[in-house]
Design a protein around this ligand. Structure first.
Ligand code: S3P
Length: 164
């Protein structure tokens, strides 16, 4: 399985869909999968059950999806918080889509569907706390700043060809 990781707003969903077409492989969005399992939106899970419940569900769903042979998973930005998840990601092909914080912030600020898209300061703290974990969990880091979606996809495809 190919897993895309990175902070909120880095394009995991967009790039995941494009990769799935280019590689002719199934695409799964981890957040969508969680919503289907829970029967409610991520924002509702956070509001009604809390973040810890969401994280447990996230871990269970990731584990299930990683049992499949082939496909592309677009994860949620916080998937690397769990050391268990980091271990699982290290064992598969995990690609980190990296951007500087300010670009991500401008993309996610005020997004009501993202319960953790809070204030600039809070998000910035969350971002810096996670940076190391994205690096640890991934086999490759794609520096996305100033690159088009096409360029990013090409870079990933070249990497995948190299390791195949
Ligand atoms: C989260 C990111 C979200 C979603 C949830 C928590 C996070 O996914 O999983 O709101 O902790 O960064 P996106 O990265 O797709 O926004």
């Amino acid at each position: 399985m190919i897993c895309l990781i990175g902070f909120m707003g880095c394009g995991k969903t967009t790039i995941g869909k494009i990769l799935s077409e280019a590689l002719n492989e199934k695409w799964i969005d981890l957040d969508d999968y969680i919503e289907k399992k829970a029967g409610k939106r991520i924002s509702e899970i956070f509001k009604e059950e809390g973040e810890a419940y969401f994280r447990a569900l996230e871990q269970e769903c990731l584990k299930q999806l990683l049992q499949e042979e082939k496909g592309i998973i677009s994860t949620g930005g916080g998937v690397i918080i769990s050391p268990e998840n980091v271990k699982m990601l290290q064992k598969t092909c995990t690609i980190y889509l990296a951007y500087p914080f300010d670009i991500l912030y401008s993309r996610i600020a005020g997004d009501a569907n993202r319960p953790l898209a809070t204030s600039y300061k809070e998000l910035q703290e969350r971002f810096y706390k996670r940076l190391d974990l994205y690096e640890q969990a991934s086999q490759v880091k794609i520096d996305c700043k100033d690159k088009s979606i096409n360029q990013i996809t090409q870079e990933i495809l070249t990497y995948l060809e190299k390791i195949s």
